[in-house]
Design a protein around this ligand. Structure first.
Ligand code: NDP
Length: 290
C-alpha cells in the first residue's frame, strides 16, 4: 500500500508529472534544486515542498533529472527508508541503473529505471509511455504510482532495460530527424511544395513521428519551441551508441546519427529545442525548411 510519494526534479517533465500525484495519493512531497520551483508547485497543486532528506522518506520516490550522473550524485549519502522504491524517470545510462539497484539494495530499497516518452504534453496529460527495468515484484508494487503519470506502462526487463529501450527509441527519433531534414531540403531544392509533400508522405510508408508532428509543428512554422533540449537528445544518442559498442556490434547508421546530433548540439545554443538539429542541414544546403 502506497501512503506517501515524492517527486525530485521539477523540470520541464517533472513539474508536470508531479502535478498528477495529489489526485491519487494523500501525501506528496516535492523537492527541487532551485527550491522556489518546489514552493511554486506546492502552491499550485497542493504538494508539500520539503527538504531532500525528508522527501526521500516517502514510500515511492520519483526522480527526473538530466543525467544518470546527476541522479548518482544526488543519491550518494542519502539515508533512505527500508522497503521504499526509487523510480528514476531520467533518460539514463543502463550501467548506472544496474549499479544503483545494487547499491540501494544495501538499504533494502528497490531502484527501478523508468524513463518516459511522450514529451511535455504527455507529462501534462498523464499519457506518457513508461519503460521500466528492475525487479518484477517492485514493479508490481510501484504500478499504482506509475499509472498516475503514464498510459502505456511496460516492464521490459532487468535493471537497465528501461534506459536501454529509451535510448534506442530516441536514437530512432534522431535517425528520422536527420533523414527527414535531408529529404525535405532535397525536395525544396527541386522546387517541390513542402506542405503538399508532407501531406503525401504522412499518408505513405515514409511517415514517422517526425513527419507527423515535429516537422509541421516545430520546423516548417519556424517555432522550434523549447520542450526537449537538443543536448539531452545528444546525451540519449550517445547512450544508444555506447550500448552498440558494449554489445560489440557494428551499427553505422546509429554511429553516423550520433555524430550528426552531437555536432548539431555543439554548434547550437544550449537552450535549443531538439528539432533545431535540422538547422545543421539548412546551414550546409543554404535551404530553409519553411
Ligand atoms: P529540465 O532541464 O527541464 O529539468 C531538469 C531538472 O533536473 C530540473 O528540475 C533541475 O533543477 C534538476 N537538476 C538538474 N541538475 C541537477 C542536479 N545536479 N541535482 C539536482 N537536480 C538537478 O529537463 P527535462 O525535464 O526536459 O528532462 C529531464 C529528463 O527527462 C532528462 O533525462 C530528459 O532526457 C528526459 N526526458 C525529457 C523529455 C522532454 O520532452 N523534455 C521527454 C522525455 C524524457 P533546477 O530547476 O534547479 O535547474
Amino acid at each position: 500500500m502506497i501512503h506517501s510519494v515524492a517527486f525530485i526534479g521539477l523540470g520541464a517533465m517533472g513539474y508536470r508529472m508531479a502535478a498528477h500525484l495529489p489526485k491519487h495519493f494523500e501525501t506528496v512531497f516535492v523537492w527541487n534544486r532551485n527550491f522556489s520551483k518546489a514552493e511554486q508547485h506546492a502552491a499550485e497543486y497542493g504538494t508539500l515542498a520539503v527538504s531532500l532528506q525528508d522527501a526521500v522518506q516517502a514510500d515511492i520516490i520519483f526522480s527526473c533529472l538530466p543525467t544518470s550522473q546527476d541522479v548518482e550524485a544526488l543519491i550518494s549519502g542519502l539515508e533512505l527508508k527500508a522497503g521504499s522504491i526509487w523510480i528514476d524517470c531520467t533518460s539514463g545510462v543502463p550501467e548506472s541503473a544496474k549499479n544503483l539497484a545494487e547499491a540501494l539494495q544495501t538499504q533494502q530499497v528497490n531502484f527501478l529505471d523508468a524513463p518516459v516518452s511522450g514529451q511535455t504534453i504527455g507529462a501534462e496529460n498523464a499519457t506518457l509511455t513508461v519503460m521500466v527495468g528492475g525487479d518484477a515484484e517492485a514493479f508490481e508494487k510501484a504500478l499504482p504510482a506509475l499509472q498516475a503519470i503514464g498510459k502505456l506502462i511496460k516492464h521490459v526487463g532487468n535493471s537497465g532495460a528501461g534506459f536501454a529501450v529509451k535510448a534506442v527509441n530516441n536514437m530512432l527519433l534522431a535517425v528520422n530527424l536527420c533523414s527527414v531534414a535531408e529529404g525535405f531540403t532535397t525536395l525544396k531544392a527541386h522546387g517541390v511544395n513542402l506542405g503538399e509533400a508532407l501531406d503525401c508522405i504522412n499518408a505513405s510508408s515514409g511517415k514517422s513521428g517526425v513527419t507527423e508532428t515535429v516537422l509541421p509543428q516545430r520546423v516548417l512554422n519556424r517555432s522550434f519551441p523549447l520542450t526537449f533540449a537538443l543536448p539531452l537528445l545528444a546525451k540519449d544518442t550517445g547512450i544508444a551508441l555506447d550500448l552498440v559498442r558494449d554489445a560489440k556490434l557494428s551499427a553505422p547508421v546509429i554511429a553516423l546519427t550520433q555524430s550528426l546530433i552531437q555536432a548539431a548540439s555543439d554548434l547550437s545554443p544550449a537552450e535549443s529545442d531538439f528539432s533545431s538539429a535540422v538547422k545543421l542541414y539548412e546551414s550546409w544546403s543554404k535551404i530553409t525548411l519553411e
